[in-house]
Design a protein around this ligand. Structure first.
Ligand code: DGT
Length: 136
């Protein structure tokens, strides 16, 4: 029998750096993967280019006007019959102060601390790549 293909959802995420720390947000208690710490971002809506989608998500989630930097790498993950394509961008510059507008909590972590966090499976499996793009 032919294997069912997943429905693919494109997702943009931001590796937001402030000195030697990176921003994580804890997913809201209502919704999927509650309590997991993720990189801010979300789904690309139809008609958006990825950088626009990420800038929009960062305004909605954190109240900042971000300068979306380079696309550093991409990965995929499937949850049941849904697939995500995750695009990781670097964000080093923004206007405004970061505020918790969507997440349960936000926090800045070092690379070392990141290793101990409860991250989405899609991120854990590429943690080496994530750490590599965080290199100074
Ligand atoms: P929805 O369906 O509108 O309630 O949106 P969510 O909250 O299910 O999903 P959203 O908009 O955060 O989209 C991100 C998807 O990508 C979600 O399935 C979780 C997954 N994901 C895996 N790793 C990450 C990550 O580091 N950051 C973000 N933002 N999402 C991630």
């Amino acid at each position: 029998m032919k294997k069912k293909r997943p429905n693919w959802i494109p997702v943009v995420t931001a590796i937001i750096r402030r000195e030697d720390k990176f921003l994580l947000g804890q997913r809201p208690e209502s919704g999927s993967m509650a309590g997991v710490w993720e990189f801010p971002g979300g789904k690309i809506e139809p008609g958006e280019v990825p950088e626009q989608a990420l800038a929009r998500e960062l305004t909605e989630e954190l109240g900042i006007e971000a300068e979306v930097g380079e696309l550093r790498f991409a990965t995929t993950h499937t949850y049941g019959d849904t697939g995500i394509v995750l695009l990781f961008y670097e964000v080093n510059y923004w206007k405004g102060a970061v505020k918790t507008q969507h997440h349960h909590e936000i926090k800045w972590v070092t690379k070392q601390e990141l290793l101990g966090e409860n991250l989405p499976e899609a991120n854990k499996k590429v943690i080496d790549k994530i750490l590599a793009i965080m290199a100074p």
